[in-house]
Design a protein around this ligand. Structure first.
Ligand SMILES: C[S@@+](CC[C@H](N)C(=O)[O-])C[C@H]1O[C@@H](n2cnc3c(N)ncnc32)[C@H](O)[C@@H]1O
Length: 319
């Protein structure tokens, strides 16, 4: 499956992104048949605003091809974690790409990293972590909601990612992450209503000192409590940030040009009008937004001592 790496040709069962416009794209499966609501095999056809598409017809086509629909056209693209975040079926709130990118960077993940995540939720962040740490890394992801675990496990399998991820039903706030992971982990990510309860089980998980932890919380009160607990547990380099996307508008503006003639000693021969004549210059500039809506949550990072992180030299200053 192409979530697992780039390939040129679509094979039977592959997940494909059907891209119509920048705001309209869907995930489809390149299969001739699918199951109806009654569980009976039927032809796998998707309806789009530009006409229907028999998904089996995509088998053998190249990723990136432009295909003709009855009333328009579409591109068939490789799936990526970024596309998946936009179109996945929501079972929970999810983490979006701007936060995901900072999490991957500040957790210092690389191919071969061993990572713990909880809760798994809808698997949005999990897909991005897996792409970052494979082929030799592994993600251990926990959620106490059994149905969510079953659904996400099937999605990982459908996307060909099962070798890189282990999903478990577990209440990490009361039972931690399991003895089998003691001393094996490089990084821990928590997206939980009460991350401080799970934090008590985190220290013994790290492979070596210098392991990184991140906690995502929507409310500042959760952040305050989590920072206090992390500090008591001996974590260092505790740093909280909020990622806000800011779109600059490109606009044409007019500006007065300073008339330097006005600074000269007056010339009695010059007409009076010449001194006050104003010149304007037109230019294109970018304008920042007046406000920044779009709060998702706060990201709190910390290092299990001794510190080695390259990103946080101002020890504990930001708490
Ligand atoms: C907001 S969702 C996580 C979304 C996920 N980060 C994503 O990007 O799709 C939070 C998840 O934490 C799970 N959860 C809450 N408390 C838990 C606990 N004590 N142990 C394990 N999972 C828990 C919930 O069932 C829920 O699925």
């Amino acid at each position: 499956m192409s979530f697992c790496g780039y390939k040129s040709e679509i094979r039977e069962g592959d997940t494909v992104i059907l891209y119509l416009t920048i705001n309209q794209y869907y995930s489809i499966e390149a299969k001739n048949t699918t199951l109806s609501k009654k569980g009976l095999p039927i032809q796998n056809v998707v309806q789009t605003p530009y006409g229907s598409l028999a998904c089996g017809d995509l088998i053998g086509k190249k990723f990136g091809t432009k295909i003709q629909l009855k009333k328009g056209w579409a591109y068939i693209l490789q799936p990526t974690p970024e596309f998946w975040t936009e179109i996945l079926p929501h079972r929970t709130q999810i983490i979006y790409t701007p936060d995901v990118s900072m999490i991957l960077l500040f957790l210092e993940l690389k191919p071969s990293s061993i990572v713990i995540e909880s809760g798994t939720g809808s698997g949005s962040l999990s897909h991005a972590i897996i792409r970052k740490i494979k082929p030799s890394g592994h993600l251990y992801t926990f959620d106490f909601h059994e149905t969510r675990v079953e659904i996400v496990r099937k999605e990982f399998a459908d996307h060909g990612l099962s070798d890189f991820v282990t999903v478990q039903t577990r209440d990490v706030c009361t039972t931690g992450f399991g003895e089998e992971l003691h001393g094996k982990v490089d990084a821990i990510f928590l997206d939980l209503p009460q991350p401080w309860s799970a934090a008590n089980f985190t220290r013994e998980m790290f492979k070596s000192r210098g392991g990184r932890l991140c906690s995502f919380s929507p409310c500042i009160e959760q952040v305050q409590k989590m920072c206090g607990v992390l500090s008591n547990l001996g974590y260092q380099e505790i740093q909280t940030m909020e990622i806000l996307q800011s779109n600059f508008a490109v606009q044409k503006r007019k500006m007065n040009v300073l008339n330097l003639n006005m600074l000269k000693t007056p010339n009695p021969n010059e007409k009076e009008n010449d001194k006050t004549e104003k010149e304007f210059s037109n230019f294109v500039t970018s304008v920042p937004p007046n406000s920044l809506p779009g709060h998702t949550g706060y990201l709190t990072f910390a290092t299990f001592p001794p510190t080695h992180s390259i990103y946080c030299n101002n020890l504990n200053k930001n708490v």
